[in-house]
Design a binder for this molecule. Structure first.
Ligand code: PXG
Ligand code: PLP
Length: 440
């Protein structure tokens, strides 16, 4: 029997990455949002300390973005993505490659981070093949890496719960060890001192499989989803050097670190290490309309531009690649970022954010605090035999106190919109302080 139709019927929607039964017993619904705050169905204000899901970097309801979408909807709603074009996708592409690190001069559009990851992995494999180096078929990811939920992404990803249900995944994949080391690095501000040597594992893996079989290495410059794991000092440069030595492409998955999160346009800028491919999504459109982008070095793009001119050069793309509405939203977003200096605002606030977060050291159950740019994480001691329960209780309590945080495992993660003011940082810290003090 079909359930009755109505806004109070929560049954039909099988929610993503959600404890569905718990949620539906006590739903948490947002009905509006403006700048730093959501409004709940009950009319309460909730401060967004997570920029939605790490995506609303300019804050909510920003006029330039709203207006761009409104206008575009009435002008050109859709144009076929294959063998046809429309001006805004080209305008957007040209503007974006001004922002990327030097050399990353071409961009392909997608609709999400997961699709951007698939696009990057396929591009890497095809690149070697068009160069006549088709024996490079292996992809190297990392433990605790998150690269979305599609098959390529979970294959190179390293979150066990996201992989274990889905059979054999992609073959020819191996993983670097993760870099999280509480014993040596707990309560470090910014990049940890210890752990760069874990990049040397790449040499070992490459030697095992023979360098001539490796196509690409994919890592997040800062692993976000798995609980904010920072790269030890020197680690990313080591990966870069090893990849260069063996002709392997280095892919940075910057779905979270892209578009100002670290106080620089991209994580590559922050760390001073330039990959061959950058994967993005989220902040590209401020989360308002789904869109992702994959930036590649000119050498990669140019390697495909051979053969008869009427032939398709790369057999890949999506119905909505460079969609007009998404392109308009992205252009409105870039304008907002530029007018308000948001891609570097994180750098101005980073030390205030750092001091504020680390003032929570010493509160019950807090075993680590980590920060970089406008990202913060608080790791809690798990309840014995009940992993995730303590952090989830903190999430619910914070929500009831007017604060939205994210939790993953027993780690609280935060990434507020880049428009946040100091007083709002104070509110986050006061609220978290009271949440942590009242936890079991
Ligand atoms: N790569 C990285 C590094 C990501 O963080 C994806 C790919 C996939 O993007 P899509 O758009 O397909 O979801 C992500 C997404 C969280 C959280 O709370 C993180 C993500 C998504 C949802 C929640 O940590 N990251
Ligand atoms: N499945 C079918 C049957 C399709 O026809 C298409 C696209 O034409 C797709 C999947 C892929 O959809 P998208 O291009 O939106 O990723």
């Amino acid at each position: 029997m079909n359930a009755p139709v109505g806004t109070n019927n929560l049954d039909a929607f099988w929610m993503p990455f959600t404890a569905n039964r718990q949620f539906k017993k006590a739903p948490r619904m947002f009905v509006a949002a403006d700048r730093m705050h959501y409004t709940t169905a009950e009319g309460n204000k909730v401060l967004d300390a997570t920029a939605g899901l790490w995506c609303v970097n300019a804050g909510h309801n920003r006029p330039k973005i709203v207006e761009a979408i409104r206008q575009q909807a009435g002008e050109l709603d859709y144009a076929p993505a294959f063998q046809m074009g429309h001006p805004k996708a080209f305008e957007l592409a040209s503007k974006l490659v001004q922002l990327t690190p030097p050399g990353l001069d071409h961009v392909m559009f997608t609709n999400s981070g997961s699709e951007s990851v698939e696009t990057a992995l396929k591009t890497a494999l095809a690149y070697h093949r068009v160069k006549g180096d088709g024996s490079r078929f292996r992809l190297i990811g990392r433990e605790r890496g998150y690269h979305g939920v599609n098959f390529g992404g979970i294959s190179v990803g390293g979150i066990v719960a996201n992989r274990k249900m889905f059979g054999t995944l992609l073959t020819g994949v191996d993983h670097l060890p993760h870099t999280h080391d509480l014993e040596r690095n707990a309560f470090t501000r910014l990049q940890p001192e210890h752990g760069a040597e874990r990049a040397d594992e790449l040499e070992r893996i490459i030697t095992l499989h023979d360098p001539s079989t490796i196509a690409a290495v994919i890592v997040e410059p800062v692993a976000g989803s798995t609980g904010v794991l920072l790269p030890p000092k020197g680690y990313l440069q080591k990966l870069r050097d090893i990849c260069d030595k063996h002709g392997i492409l280095l892919i940075f998955d910057e779905v979270i670190t892209g578009f100002g999160r670290l106080g620089t346009p991209f994580g590559a800028d922050y760390f001073g290490v330039t990959p061959d491919i950058i994967v993005t999504a989220k902040g590209l459109t401020n989360g308002v309309i789904p869109m992702g982008a994959v930036f590649v070095k000119s050498e990669i793009h140019d390697a495909f531009m051979h053969g008869p001119e009427h032939m398709i050069e790369f057999f890949h793309g999506y119905t909505y690649s460079g969609n007009p509405m998404a392109s308009a939203a992205a252009l409105g977003t870039l304008e907002t970022y530029q007018e308000e200096g948001l891609l570097t605002r994180g750098a101005e606030l980073a030390s205030y954010w750092e001091e504020a977060l680390h003032s929570l050291k010493g509160l019950p159950h807090v075993i680590d605090i980590r920060n970089i740019g406008l990202i913060g994480a608080i790791e809690l001691d798990p309840i014995a035999g009940e992993p995730t329960r303590r952090a989830f209780s903190a999430f619910l309590d914070a929500y009831n106190k007017g604060l939205l945080i994210r939790t993953t495992g027993d780690i609280i993660a935060m990434s507020p919109p880049l428009i946040i003011e100091k007083g709002e940082i104070d509110f986050i810290i006061e609220t978290l302080g009271s949440v942590l003090k009242s936890l079991d």
